[in-house]
Write a protein that binds this ligand. Structure first.
Ligand SMILES: [Zn+2]
Length: 424
C-alpha cells in the first residue's frame, strides 16, 4: 500500500458516497477494470469529473501492487482495522472498486480553481490521495476514489509532480513503489557503514534494496526463498543474496562487531569494567566521554522485514544479533504473536513503516530520473483486458515482480527481459 493514513490526513467523517458509476448512455466513457466480490472485469464507466483543485490525467501506465492482490480477496479485514484507526473509507468486497495507486499519466483536463502550471499533455506522477468533499481518500483503494486501472484518473493538482524530461514512462511508473522503499530506508536511520539485511525480495523488498544502495549503504544482504526473486535482488544491487533454507542472512557477527548472545554482551561489559578499573582516572568520566562520542553504541545490523506473514517478526527477533533495529515494511494482515521477553533481553529496536511523505515521493522521482536508483523490477506489461491474468501470474514469485498496465494496449501479459545491468 502506498498511502499512509497517518501522513495523509485521512479523517473520520462519513463518505459522501462512491462516485464510481456505470455509464448511463450520455457523454464519454472511460474503460476501467472494476473489482467486485473478488472478480476483475473491464467496464465502461462514466467520465471522471475533476472537482476544485483536481486534474484528470490520461493514464499511461499503472503498476499492480501487492496490496491490490491482497485487497481483491481480503479487503474487509483491512477496512475494519483502518476504521478503528479513524479512516472508514477503505474498500470493502461488496463495493465496486477501481484499483491503481502507482501511476503515471498526461495532464488532460483541469478542474476549477487550479493553478494550471503544467501544459495539457505534460507527463506527471501523483501521490494517490484525493479529496471528496471534506474527506481524503486513498486513490485505488477506496470506492470513493477510483484508481488508475483505467484510461483516466482524477488526482489533486497539489500532489502532482512533472516527470523530468528523458525519464522513461515505464521507469517513472515505479515512483510510488520505490517511494515506499525510500521511506522505509529514511525511517531506518541507517548509516552507510551499517549492515542492512532485507528479508523478502518481493516488490517492497526490492525497492528497499535499490534505495539502500542509492543511499550508499555498503553492505546489503538479501534473503528470499525464490531464485527468481534472488536474481532480481542482485540486479537491484544486493551485495550478498541468500536462500534462507541453505544459509543464514545474518552475516558472520565477528567481522561486523555484532553480538549474538546475552553472555557475550555481559562478558564484554565486565571485561570493559576490568580495563577501566586499571586507569588512573575515575571510570565514569571515561564512560561518559565514550558515550558522548558514540563509541558505546552497540554495533548492530538494520533488518528490513518485507514478507508480511505471521511468524516473521518473532523469527527475526529470535535470530537477529543483539540490539538489532528491525524495520517492519511487510504488511501482515492477520494477528501475529511475538515474545516480548526475547525482544527485551536482546534490546531489539522495532519500528513499523508505511507510505512516504510528499518530499520522499518527489525525491524518489528525481533519483530515478538522475539514474541514482537501479531498480529493474518491471517484469511485464498488460492491457486492461490482461489484468485478471496478470493477477494470476503475480501469484508465482519466480517470474514476475512488477507488472505495469498500459490502458492503451490490448495485449495480454508480455514479459520484459531483465538484465543485471539494471535497464529493463
Ligand atoms: Zn502499492
Amino acid at each position: 500500500m502506498g498511502t499512509s493514513p497517518a501522513d495523509g490526513g485521512l479523517n473520520d467523517e462519513q463518505d459522501p458516497g462512491p462516485p464510481l458509476s456505470e455509464h448511463q448512455g450520455r457523454g464519454n466513457t472511460v474503460r476501467a477494470v472494476v473489482c467486485h466480490e473478488s472478480v476483475l472485469e473491464v467496464a465502461d464507466l462514466a467520465e471522471p469529473e475533476p472537482g476544485p483543485g483536481q486534474v484528470v490525467i490520461n493514464v499511461l501506465r499503472c503498476g499492480i501492487c501487492g496490496s491490490d492482490l491482497h485487497a481483491r480477496h481480503h479487503s474487509d479485514g483491512q477496512a475494519d482495522v483502518l476504521a478503528e484507526a479513524g479512516y472508514d473509507g477503505f474498500m470493502r468486497s461488496s463495493q465496486r472498486v477501481v484499483f491503481g495507486h502507482e501511476f503515471i499519466g498526461e495532464v488532460a483536463e483541469y478542474g476549477p480553481e487550479c493553478r494550471k502550471r503544467l501544459a495539457t499533455g505534460a507527463r506527471v506522477v501523483a501521490m494517490p490521495l484525493t479529496r471528496r468533499g471534506s474527506d481524503v481518500h486513498a486513490i485505488g483503494l477506496s470506492a470513493a476514489a477510483p484508481g488508475a486501472y483505467a484510461e483516466r484518473v482524477v488526482v489533486e493538482e497539489s500532489l502532482m509532480t512533472p516527470v523530468p524530461n528523458g525519464l522513461s514512462t515505464d521507469i517513472a511508473a515505479l515512483t510510488e513503489p520505490m517511494a515506499v522503499g525510500w521511506h522505509a530506508v529514511q525511517r531506518a536511520d541507517i548509516s552507510k557503514k551499517d549492515v542492512a539485511i532485507v528479508i523478502g525480495c518481493g516488490p517492497v523488498g526490492l525497492a528497499v534494496i535499490a534505495m539502500l544502495k542509492a543511499k550508499g549503504v555498503q553492505t546489503v544482504v538479501a534473503s528470499d526463498l525464490s531464485s527468481g526473486r534472488r536474481a532480481l535482488a542482485t540486479a537491484c544491487g544486493a551485495d550478498v543474496v541468500v536462500d534462507p533454507r541453505e544459509d543464514s542472512p545474518y552475516p558472520e557477527p565477528r567481522g561486523h562487531g555484532h553480538l549474538t548472545t546475552i553472555p557475550s554482551k555481559v562478558r564484554l561489559g565486565l571485561d570493559t569494567m576490568d580495563k577501566l578499573a586499571r586507569l588512573p582516572v575515575p571510570w565514569h568520566h571515561v564512560w561518559r566521554t565514550a558515550d558522548a562520542v558514540g563509541i558505546t553504541n552497540p554495533k548492530r545490523p538494520v533488518i528490513f522485514e518485507c514478507v508480511g506473514i505471521p511468524g516473521m517478526i518473532d523469527g527475526i527477533i529470535t535470530a537477529a544479533p543483539l540490539s538489532s533495529r528491525v524495520v517492519v515494511a511487510g504488511v501482515c494482515m492477520s494477528p501475529d504473536s511475538i515474545r516480548p521477553v526475547m525482544a527485551i533481553n536482546k534490546e531489539i529496536d522495532l519500528r513499523f513503516v508505511v507510505g512516504y511523505t510528499p518530499l520522499e515521493f518527489r525525491d524518489t522521482l528525481h533519483m530515478l530520473a538522475q539514474g541514482k536508483v537501479r531498480a529493474p523490477i518491471h517484469t511485464g506489461t498488460v492491457g486492461l483486458e490482461g489484468v485478471a491474468g496478470a493477477f494470476e501470474a503475480l501469484a508465482d514469485p519466480e517470474t514476475h515482480a512488477k507488472i505495469l498496465i498500459d490502458p492503451s494496449s490490448r495485449a495480454a501479459l508480455s514479459t520484459v527481459a531483465t538484465s543485471p545491468t539494471g535497464a529493463p
